[in-house]
Design a protein around this ligand. Structure first.
Ligand code: ADP
Length: 435
């Protein structure tokens, strides 16, 4: 982030430096030209002063000679023009000056005749290239005698100027482009966490909405599930109070029903409390080494009566000693629910097979039955609270519809994965894979 900011700043600095230098180069070139003009005017005046000295000494002035001498010395082109515009001498043309056209129309000459001095820059019709011309009128004893004119080639200056301006402009553009790219990239990196936060927020809001709906549905379901046994209990109690208690046979029958319904109510409340405890993260005794074999054997011992009632045989396979870390009570709850379901949904005399083994460094515990199986379309829903494939069968078997929801909750606590494979009429296999 810091590095990018640095790059961005450098880009900005680069752009401003280039822009400033373009402006200053232009200003410099213009200053340079006007300085040159002043300098050339001074030269003209000095040359004219030298000529005055010549006049005063009374010698005949050879303008061609003078032009040549000054030109050689000062490396300039010098032209003398009389007040009618005729060329008297020209350092570049030498003896050919006579062939040169009348210079009256030249801007600097006209200006010099009118004001004493003049300047102009233009293409030279004699030499071609662009020149800067400065002219000064020589006055001797009150008469305007001639005009001394100096020409300086400014083409090269302009070319250099153009080149500098062009390269500066190109570098400015490149600088701006680079700064823009850096700025875009920098903004993108700045925006990235903001966008991610936005996405996260949206996801959290959606999750909250979903959780709220699940909670509301759960409350509605719980109320309904609790109401059913309670209505039944109070109905039978009322009937008993209304005289049915007089008949011992009816009384026993009704009391048995009341006992069954009360037991169901108790199981339901216990299961709801387990889910609520896990959801509210009320976890105790969380980090022990659980001996998988011992734990499962204890469960099986406590389940002998229901296994015998259904004549269901349970086979176990343990790959030597397997331990997993976590809350032993929760582990037992998970296994009880899976084994109970396997027994509940087995056919009488069926077989349930429990396997605990290590697979690819993970502990895999599977509970397989050869019972009624689960239709494919119900498979994604069986872990939902109160979902039952066949409600009456579940109720007859004493199910609360919360067993697998508890399994899912406990598996999440253990960071374990629960898989189910099932075929109606052939049986089901629930596998829990612990990391
Ligand atoms: P329940 O108390 O009704 O058994 P569960 O949450 O334990 O509730 O299971 C949800 C539903 O999944 C059950 O009603 C049953 O239809 C189906 N199910 C669960 N385990 C098995 C199994 N081993 N064989 C067939 N169906 C099963």
């Amino acid at each position: 982030m810091k590095k990018r900011f640095l790059l961005f700043s450098i880009g900005l600095i680069l752009v401003s430096v280039v822009i400033t230098s373009v402006i200053s180069i232009n200003v410099n070139i213009n200053n340079f030209i006007s300085e040159k003009e002043n300098e050339m005017l001074t030269y003209c005046r000095l040359i004219n002063m030298a000529l005055i000295e010549e006049y005063e000494s009374g010698t005949e002035v050879d303008y061609v000679e003078v032009a040549k001498d000054f030109s050689d010395e000062m490396r300039i082109r010098l032209t003398f023009i009389d007040m009618k515009g005729n060329v008297l001498a020209d350092s570049t043309e030498g003896a050919d000056y006579v062939k040169m056209e009348n210079h009256l129309g030249r801007e600097e000459v006209t200006e010099a005749i009118l004001t004493g001095s003049g300047e102009s820059s233009r293409k030279s019709s004699t030499l071609g290239g662009e020149f800067l011309y400065v002219a000064d009128t020589l006055e001797y004893q009150g008469d305007k005698v001639l005009i001394a004119r100096i020409a300086l080639e400014i083409d090269r200056l302009r070319i250099i100027n153009d080149f500098i301006v062009k390269t500066s402009l190109i570098s400015a553009l490149v600088g701006i482009a680079a700064a823009a790219v850096i700025a875009v990239a920098y903004t993108a990196t700045l925006m990235k966490p903001i966008n991610e936060m936005q996405k996260q927020l949206k996801k959290t809001m959606e999750e909250n909405k979903k959780a709220e709906k699940i909670r509301k549905d759960f409350v509605a379901n719980v109320t309904h599930e609790l109401k059913t046994p309670l209505t039944s209990i109070s109905g039978f109690v009322e009937t008993l109070q209304d005289g049915a208690a007089e008949d011992p046979e009816v009384r026993t029958k009704f009391l048995d029903i009341i006992a069954i319904e009360a037991a169901r109510l108790k199981r339901l409340i216990e299961d709801i409390l387990i889910i609520s405890d896990i959801e509210n993260k009320r976890e105790f005794n969380t980090d022990s080494d659980i001996n998988v074999r011992e734990s499962i054997e204890e469960i099986l011992a406590s389940m002998v009566p229901i296994m015998e009632a259904r004549q269901v045989k349970v086979l176990t396979y343990y790959a030597y000693e397997i331990y997993i870390g976590g809350n032993p009570d929760r582990f037992k709850q998970l296994m009880v629910n899976l084994i109970e379901n396997a027994v509940k949904y087995s056919h009488d005399g069926g077989t349930v097979t429990i396997r605990a083994e290590r697979k690819e460094g993970k502990v895999s515990i599977s509970v397989k039955d050869e019972g009624i199986g689960i239709p494919e379309e119900s498979l994604p829903r069986i872990f939902e609270r109160f979902y039952r494939v066949d409600k009456s069968r579940s109720q007859k078997a004493g199910g609360t519809g919360l067993g697998l929801a508890i399994v899912k909750h406990i598996a999440a606590l253990f960071e374990a994965e629960v898989k189910v494979e099932s075929e109606p009429g052939k049986g089901s296999t629930f596998t829990v894979i612990f990391q």
